[in-house]
Design a protein around this ligand. Structure first.
Ligand code: VGL
Ligand code: ZN
Length: 220
C-alpha cells in the first residue's frame, strides 16, 4: 500500500488510455494480455464516479498514411526506429486509423460517464503518445488546461500501453504539476527491449506514485 492517501476525491481525474481494438489481442498493434485491463478499469470507473471524481478517455487517432506507420517509410519494417526532426521515432504497424473499427473504443469498457475523450496523433507528421503533449515536445493538447480550469489536481492513469502512451502521459502529468498515480495492474506493456522496466524506473524517479486497483477499491 503506497504512503499516499488513495481515498478518491472530487478533484481526482481517471485518465483511461487507448482502450481501442487495435491495442487488444488480435488488433493491428496488439498489446500482450491487453484485454486483462478492462475488468479492473470498469471497477475503477464505477468507484471514481461514486466518489464524484472524473473519468477521461484518450483515443489514438491517426490519419491514413501517418508518419509513425512503417508503411509510410520506403523499405522500413514495423518496430524499426528512425530519426524525425523532433527526435527518434519507432515505426509502428498501421493502427488506430481514424474512423476504422481498430480505432474504436472497446465496447465492453463501461465508461459512458466519461466527460472528455482526448484524441491524439491526428497530425499526419507528428506522433503523440502523451495525452498532454505531442512528440515534438512543444504542441500541447490542451489537457493540462482542461484539468486546471476544472480544478482537477490529481491524475490516475491506467490502460495501454504502459511503456508508451501511459508512460508519456504520466511524465507530462508530473511535469505539468499534477499529483500522478499509476494503477499498475490496470496497465499492460508492449515491452520492446526492456521498455517496460525502463518506463517504470523513469516514472518512479519522476515521482509517480504506484498503486494497484485493490488499493483504490478497498479505500472507501
Ligand atoms: C501507442 C504506439 C503507438 C500506445 C500508440 O497507445 O501506447 N503505442 N501508438
Ligand atoms: Zn499510435
Amino acid at each position: 500500500m503506497p504512503m499516499t492517501d488513495l481515498a478518491l476525491r472530487p478533484d481526482d481525474a481517471f485518465l483511461v488510455t487507448d482502450l481501442q481494438y487495435d491495442f487488444l489481442p488480435g488488433g493491428a498493434l496488439a498489446v500482450p494480455d491487453g484485454d486483462a485491463v478492462i475488468a479492473p478499469i470498469n471497477a475503477l470507473v464505477k468507484r471514481f464516479q461514486r466518489a464524484g471524481a472524473h473519468v477521461l478517455l484518450t483515443q489514438d487517432w491517426h490519419p491514413p498514411g501517418h508518419f509513425s506507420f512503417a508503411s509510410s517509410h520506403e523499405g522500413k519494417e514495423p518496430f524499426a526506429q528512425v530519426e524525425m526532426a523532433y527526435g527518434p521515432q519507432i515505426l509502428w504497424p498501421d493502427h488506430c486509423v481514424q474512423g476504422t473499427r481498430g480505432a474504436e473504443i472497446v465496447r465492453n469498457l463501461e465508461a459512458d460517464c466519461a466527460e472528455l475523450v482526448i484524441r491524439k496523433g491526428y497530425n499526419p507528421a507528428i506522433d503523440s503518445y502523451s495525452a498532454f503533449r505531442e512528440a515534438d515536445h512543444e504542441t500541447m493538447t490542451g489537457l493540462a488546461g482542461y484539468l486546471r480550469e476544472r480544478g482537477l489536481r490529481r491524475v490516475f492513469l491506467a490502460g495501454l500501453a504502459l511503456d508508451f502512451c501511459v508512460f508519456w502521459s504520466a511524465r507530462d502529468a508530473v511535469e505539468a504539476g499534477f499529483e500522478t498515480v499509476l494503477v499498475t495492474d490496470a496497465c499492460r506493456a508492449i515491452d520492446m527491449d526492456g521498455s517496460r522496466e525502463k518506463a517504470l524506473a523513469d516514472m518512479r524517479e519522476k515521482g509517480v506514485v504506484f498503486c494497484e486497483t485493490g488499493d483504490i477499491l478497498g479505500n472507501g
